[in-house]
Design a protein around this ligand. Structure first.
Ligand SMILES: C[S@@+](CC[C@H](N)C(=O)[O-])C[C@H]1O[C@@H](n2cnc3c(N)ncnc32)[C@H](O)[C@@H]1O
Length: 349
């Protein structure tokens, strides 16, 4: 998964595939509607008002759409951040972000910068939409006392799955997970060993402020339910969902759902409080998506109808509303964030 996504010049995020949007392979919430960025901007504004000189850092900024929408919305309310920094692993997407953000009015454009590593000291808000799901996972097949790791082999000139006995780290991790669920022998799933360290590294320099994580995923007790016995590893190619990661290596996105219990544990280990965990629906509702719809429609009924359609995509349970979650990590700032006021799901973590 690491090589298929990140190998220099060949990996999905390193090479030139279109990736996001109508001509790409998948669509994300910021690509669906400016309403997402407007609501995220409202959450940022609450934090920016509290922290003098605060900035925004976006990790994995895709086409730059969220950056654009957040900056435009914050400009209209007179609450621009000191800087809008972007940490992006893909040279191809960095180039697209530059092109997109060059179109912004000069006072906004001047605040945008690209970083090559997380800032050592930072006050403000860190945003990451659909980045955690792109971190490579380890896949396993469980049987009592005998865990196997899935790997990749070459058979008749094609990649395919191969398994071998799991190492001690994976075996112990799976035994812990299985003790909380009632798996039958042959249960297949995955976990992201890199995620806790990666998330902590991104957030390490944050002195005062919050990290807002958005992604599809579940609390651990639901992630590893017995009926989810084939795991959550999925691929996206031209807006089709595939389950075979060997189909178009380097040309299709490969993702796995996020274990939000692991992300909450990473917060505590890194010295943050988990200030909120909720679904995308309740996050957007808590931030006043209805007011943003009226604002963006500006009295134009055709635009209002389009925005209502986009809001349904963002919020309906069968669309993005329920499987996408928002989590806030907070340090040195107040934790009563509006996006989490309507439904608190932290008890499920
Ligand atoms: C699924 S896309 C989401 C893009 C954007 N956030 C959005 O919502 O439209 C994943 C993004 O994360 C970036 N990315 C993946 N791994 C990363 C890493 N380790 N560090 C920084 N960015 C990363 C990708 O290049 C891409 O911009």
């Amino acid at each position: 998964m690491d090589m298929a996504l990140y190998a220099p010049g060949l990996g999905y995020y390193s090479a030139g595939a279109t990736k996001l949007g109508a001509d790409g392979d998948f669509t994300t919430a910021p690509e669906v509607s400016a309403l997402f960025g407007a609501c995220v901007a409202r959450q940022c504004a609450q934090l920016l008002a509290e922290i003098p000189g605060a900035a925004i850092l976006e990790v994995g900024a895709g086409t730059g759409r969220l950056a654009r929408d957040v900056l435009l919305r914050l400009q209209s309310s007179g609450q621009l951040p000191a800087r809008y920094s972007i940490l992006e692993v893909s040279a191809d997407l960095r180039a697209r972000q530059r092109t997109a953000l060059e179109q912004l009015p000069a006072p906004l454009r001047a605040r945008v910068e690209w970083l090559s590593e997380p800032p050592a000291r930072f006050d403000g808000v860190i945003l990451a939409n659909e980045v955690l799901d792109a971190l490579p996972v380890r896949r396993f097949r469980w049987a009592p006392g005998r865990v196997e790791e899935y790997g990749v082999c070459v058979e008749a000139d094609r990649f395919s799955w191969a398994s071998r006995p799991a190492d001690r780290l994976m075996s112990e991790h799976c035994e812990r997970l299985s003790a909380e669920s009632a798996w039958e022998a042959g249960y297949v799933s995955e976990y992201s060993p890199r995620m806790p360290v990666w998330a902590a590294t991104v957030a390490a320099g944050l002195r005062s402020g919050a990290v807002l994580w958005f992604d599809y995923g579940l609390p651990r007790s639901q992630y590893y339910l017995p009926e989810r016995h084939e795991g959550t590893l999925l691929c996206h190619f031209r807006h089709r969902t595939e389950t075979d990661p060997f189909l178009f290596p380097g040309l299709q996105d490969i993702t796995a759902w996020v274990d939000f219990t692991a992300l909450a544990a990473a917060a505590r280990d890194a010295g943050f409080d988990v200030a909120g965990f909720t679904t995308q629906t309740y996050f957007l509702a808590g931030l006043g998506i209805d007011e943003e719809m009226r604002e963006l429609a500006g009295g134009d009924s055709a635009r209002a109808a389009r925005l209502a359609h986009e809001a349904r995509t963002l919020m309906l349970p069968g669309e993005m509303g329920e499987c996408f979650k928002a989590m806030a990590w907070v340090r040195g700032a107040r934790g009563d964030l509006s996006g989490f006021r309507l439904r608190d799901l932290r008890h499920s973590l």
